[in-house]
Structure formats: structure tokens, C-alpha cells
Design a protein around this ligand. Structure first.
Ligand SMILES: NC(=O)c1ccc[n+]([C@@H]2O[C@H](COP(=O)([O-])OP(=O)(O)OC[C@H]3O[C@@H](n4cnc5c(N)ncnc54)[C@H](OP(=O)(O)O)[C@@H]3O)[C@@H](O)[C@H]2O)c1
Length: 268
């Protein structure tokens, strides 16, 4: 990465959901690669601590932007800021959450929040950075979807649906971006050690075998290597998950649904 000065400012990586989990690891690995950072999440204190740590350790600049991206003002204000910033080279749409329980029993507001955060926010932020990236012929847009984007599941109705939106959004966009110098990626991890399951109050030791868990460091490294190399648009980290997704494509529906009923028991 070139040294930064007023003529050649360092490129900027924007990470949503940077206060914890996969987003926090993206922040660290992008700082390691020499990017300045814009760290976005709701928890201002955690963002500030991370920004201070990374700017000191990697001699980069880290701005924090506390915002609730499920709110109209939160996502639109950030989108306006990004549209004006010529340094944006990487956008990681990562902020997200899961819920458990049947849709009919979940609060409408909670599920609507998921749709805003997983669908509207990535759309608006991506749309905001695209014209600048295309004009500069450089950019990477990574949206953290999930292997859930390939599945249907009880207790996970809107999660699967919104993750499918994110994957298809990136896949279609990648086609439009061919030859522009801008790359889109749908990162589709399986179970990954972060705060995600604790926040949902799911006991990680029950129902999910140890081999199924991925390490966030490796997930993010695979994503960035693919995004800056010649990697696939849909990135599924781990051989087992690649195999599982391939199997899901070819299994007859009755077998797929039997598997999904069994897996979903802990969620409903
Ligand atoms: N962990 C897994 O097994 C797994 C598997 C596949 C895909 N994913 C996806 O990976 C992404 C990151 O999840 P994670 O596993 O790293 O979970 P995590 O550790 O719980 O982190 C979630 C991040 O999203 C932020 N966030 C949540 N709601 C937000 C909102 N309304 N506005 C702004 N930021 C918000 C949180 O920060 P604040 O609380 O500070 O706002 C936090 O930084 C999600 O999109 C998730 O669906 C996770």
C-alpha cells in the first residue's frame, strides 16, 4: 500500500458491524493490509477502543461512525457520507443478527429490523459507493451473507430469506461489474465463532457439532484473499460447507426438508 499524503491519500475500507465478531476481524486484517478504516456499528465505545488499538498498531487512521443501520437515518446518513468520499476502496456489508423462534411468535418490529439491516442497508451503502468505485476503476464490495442463503429453515425464516437476498444481490451485481475493475463478493460462512449465537441465546454446545465451527480469522482471510485475488464471487469458506452447499443443490426436496427439520429443532 502506498504511503499516505495529501496527494495520494490511503484508500479507505468501510466495515459495518465492526464492533464485534467477523466485522472486527475484517477491520484488523484490512488495517494489516494498510487500509485506513471507517468503523460502523451501534456501540460507540467498542468502536473507539478498536479504532485506537488498530491505528496505533498498524499506523493507519481509523474513524468511528456509531450508527444504527436498521434505522432510516442511520443508513441514509452513512450512505451520503460514503457517496462523497473518494477514498472508499472497500465496503464490507457485515452488520447482522439472527433470531430464533417461529415467525408467528416473533415481534413484527424485530423482524422488520432484520429486513432493514440485511436488505436496505447493504443496498443503500453499495449503491452509494458504486459510481465512485466505477469511475476510479477500483473497488471491492463484500457482503457477509451465509450458507443459510442456500437453505430454508424453520425458526430462521427471515434470516434465510434476507441472506439469500444478499447473495443474489452480490452475484447479479458482479455480472454488471465485469470489466469495471470493481468486484463484488458474497461471503457465505457456516457457523463461525463470534457473539452471534450468544446474542440469540443459543447454546453453542448443543446441536451443533464441533467440526462445524469455523474460525473468524480464517473466514476473513479467505474472503480478502479471494476479493484481492481472482477468487469466486460466491465464497464459501471450508471444504465441508462447499460440499454441503453442492449436496443441497442436488438433493430432492423431501430429503432437504427432513435434514432442515432436524437441524432447526434448537431454533423453534
Ligand atoms: N457467526 C456465524 O455463525 C455467522 C454465520 C454466517 C453468517 N454470519 C453473518 O456474519 C455477520 C456478522 O455476524 P457475527 O457472527 O460477527 O455476529 P456478532 O459477533 O454478533 O457481530 C454482529 C455485528 O453487527 C453489528 N450490528 C448488529 N445490529 C446492528 C445495527 N442495527 N446497526 C449497526 N450494526 C449492527 C454489531 O454491533 P453493535 O451491537 O455494536 O451494533 C456487531 O458489530 C452477520 O451478517 C451474520 O449474519 C454469521
Amino acid at each position: 500500500m502506498p504511503p499516505s499524503n495529501s496527494e495520494f491519500p490511503r484508500p479507505l475500507a468501510v466495515i459495518t458491524g465492526a464492533s464485534a465478531g467477523i466485522g472486527k476481524v475484517f477491520a484488523r486484517q484490512l488495517a494489516e493490509r494498510g487500509f485506513d478504516l471507517l468503523l460502523v456499528a451501534r456501540d460507540a465505545e467498542r468502536l473507539r477502543a478498536l479504532g485506537d488499538e488498530l491505528s496505533l498498531q498498524y499506523a493507519i487512521s481509523a474513524e468511528t461512525w456509531p450508527a444504527d443501520l436498521s434505522r432510516d437515518t442511520g443508513m441514509r446518513t452513512l450512505a451520503e457520507k460514503l457517496a462523497k468520499d473518494e477514498r472508499v476502496m472497500v465496503l464490507v456489508n457485515n452488520a447482522g443478527f439472527g433470531t430464533k423462534g417461529k415467525l408467528a411468535n416473533r415481534p413484527v418490529s424485530e423482524q422488520a429490523t432484520m429486513l432493514e439491516l440485511h436488505v436496505m442497508a447493504p443496498f443503500l451503502l453499495t449503491r452509494a459507493v458504486l459510481p465512485g468505485m466505477i469511475a476510479r476503476r477500483a473497488g471491492r464490495i463484500i457482503t457477509v451473507a451465509s450458507v443459510a442463503s442456500f437453505t430454508t429453515s424453520m425458526g430462521n425464516v427471515n434470516y434465510c430469506a434476507t441472506k439469500a437476498y444478499q447473495r443474489v444481490f452480490m452475484e447479479s451485481l458482479a455480472l454488471e461489474l465485469e470489466g469495471t475493475g470493481v468486484h463484488a463478493q458474497a461471503l457465505c460462512p457456516g457457523f463461525t465463532h463470534t457473539e452471534f449465537h450468544e446474542r440469540m441465546q443459543i447454546d453453542k454446545t448443543k446441536g451443533i457439532p464441533t467440526w462445524a465451527w469455523l474460525d473468524a480469522e480464517r473466514v476473513v482471510r479467505a474472503s480478502l484473499d479471494a476479493a484481492f485475488g481472482d477468487g469466486p464471487v460466491v465464497l464459501i469458506p471450508g471444504k465441508r460447507y462447499k460440499l454441503m452447499v453442492t449436496a443441497l443443490k442436488y438433493l430432492p426436496d423431501f430429503l432437504k426438508h427432513a435434514f432442515q427439520r432436524r437441524y432447526a429443532k434448537s431454533r423453534v
